[in-house]
Ligand binder design. Structure first.
Ligand SMILES: CC(C)(COP(=O)(O)OP(=O)(O)OC[C@H]1O[C@@H](n2cnc3c(N)ncnc32)[C@H](O)[C@@H]1OP(=O)(O)O)[C@@H](O)C(=O)NCCC(=O)NCCS
Length: 144
């Protein structure tokens, strides 16, 4: 049974989060390992842990000094654990956390093939598809 935890970057689980992102998000697109960490120091990090392994992760990056708007990024569930509700647990945890922080709006640059994963939580598509890291994306947002 997986549990969701908010962690800081000095937590040993952060290193496992980085590895998971390499495996699930970066390598399949040919992006170098550890190549998308520029937002890590200022973001909140959430990990799904099972048997001391990080099997899922997502970060929430504040976009303004007041922290009223934030971006959900780097969402990944390990291949062996996809389709078992881990992603849903992570997003629900993140939304509750954001609401408790007083965040009013969350945006996502969603890979187009997973847009419907996010719309189930109330995120709405805004604007046209665009390209980022070589693949199609949709801009999504939701108000809390
Ligand atoms: C997309 C991803 C995060 C979803 O996590 P997951 O743990 O596999 O998803 P869950 O098992 O929690 O699924 C929850 C619901 O979303 C749906 N869903 C899962 N993956 C989906 C997808 N790729 N597209 C649309 N819906 C999806 C499920 O059918 C399920 O619906 P249900 O509750 O009605 O049964 C995961 O598959 C993943 O890491 N994919 C590769 C990396 C990626 O694309 N990350 C997102 C970058 S924007």
């Amino acid at each position: 049974m997986a549990i969701i935890q908010e962690i800081k970057t000095n937590n040993p689980y952060y290193q496992k989060e980085r590895e998971l992102r390499n495996e699930v998000l970066l390598r399949p697109l040919g992006i170098p390992d550890f190549g998308w960490e520029m937002n890590d120091p200022i973001s909140w990090h959430f990990v799904a842990i099972e048997n001391s392994k990080v099997i899922g992760c997502v970060i929430l990056c504040p976009l303004d000094p007041e922290k009223s708007k934030a971006q959900l990024m780097q969402m990944a569930v390990s291949r062996d654990h996809q389709g078992k509700g881990i992603g849903k647990m992570l997003v629900n945890y993140l939304l509750k956390f954001a609401s408790n922080q007083g965040i009013k709006e969350i945006i996502i640059h969603s890979r187009s093939n997973v847009t419907s994963f996010y719309t189930q939580f109330g995120f709405k598509v805004a604007g046209d598809e665009f390209e980022e890291v070589g693949i199609k994306h949709h801009y999504l947002s939701t108000s809390l």
